[in-house]
Design a binder for this molecule. Sequence first.
Ligand SMILES: [Fe+2]
Length: 378
Amino acid sequence: MATTQTITAALATQTNPVQSAAETSVEYREGEYKYAAYLPHYTLGRQLPLEEFEHHDVGLRADRDKKALLDSDATFHEITPAIGTEIRGGLQLSALTPAQLDEMALLAAERGVVVFHDQDFADIGPDRQLAYGQHFGRLHVHQMGGHIKDYPALLPVYRDFVAGAVDNEIKNNISSIKWHSDMSYEINGVGTTTFLALDVPLSGGDTLYLSTTAAYEALSPGFREFLHDKYATHSGFTQASVHEHRERYIREPIETVHPIVRTHPVTGAKSLYVNRLYTRKIQGLKEEESATILNFLYNHIEHGQDWHIRVHWTPGTVIVYDNRNTQHSALRDFAVQEGVTRRHMLRITPQAERPYFDAGAKAKNNKTGESKWKDTVV
Ligand SMILES: [Fe+2]
């Protein structure tokens, strides 16, 4: 077992703004851990609220046939009809052309989740990772302030024996499942998101994904209609309140009202946009009515295995997912051996449009009028 050293969040007083180091039980002095530079740091202090901005999605300018992407040596495999495409061989994310990146955003919009294997992306350095993410939109900086040192828009997700060994969000729950879309309380939602493994347990720590488009399409026409003009509040306050290091919050938490059914600007497809972690109340309904409808939707979304997949992480796995029409949950099911086990991930999180509902939008790949997945080409 490696020597255990706990580094507490001592404030670095010589820098301004103040940066606080990660807590970890794993030795990460220079050179001892390959991804030491990707451990979480915290820039303390308060920042101004995020303001709404106009987003132009790169998927809109992509070739609808995705020729630049598909005419490669890679093989494309549909994980399930409703969600997920797996790409093997022939493509390195780090070497995609701008046209291929646009087409990948389109593919992620259509399929929800795109899984790449054997990628060198974890090793190309934070400057190139940042530039890659900026291709898709304005990069989000988390309200919690955790980031790669000197790179506020690169978000590490880190668990080991000390850091997050018992996550405050799950410590009083029976299981570790917390379905959500990332930061749905923000005004501009999150779009084409990239998530990758740096160091992962051999067993466990998988990520679950689901399609909220397929969940929407499974509802009866009458119930869909009922939801079409409904809006709900999403809140960042709970995330802030359960965190034991409140000084790390760099923006005041906010609440935002979003449509319950949102339209994807690239595919035109509608999806359910409520999640158990952040959604709070349906506007215009009484408390009991709102709670009943929201609980039905959460259970419906979370229990429909028809639109769920589960991905196991190995070194070199990178997932590109569209936060607009999917939800996900980490699984905190792995045994943590002090000084040895860690689950270390990196997320690059471009923001997208403010969620909207367009009743007249037609799903662009939907030839049958019912399930667009039947006509998906890859
Ligand atoms: Fe997440």
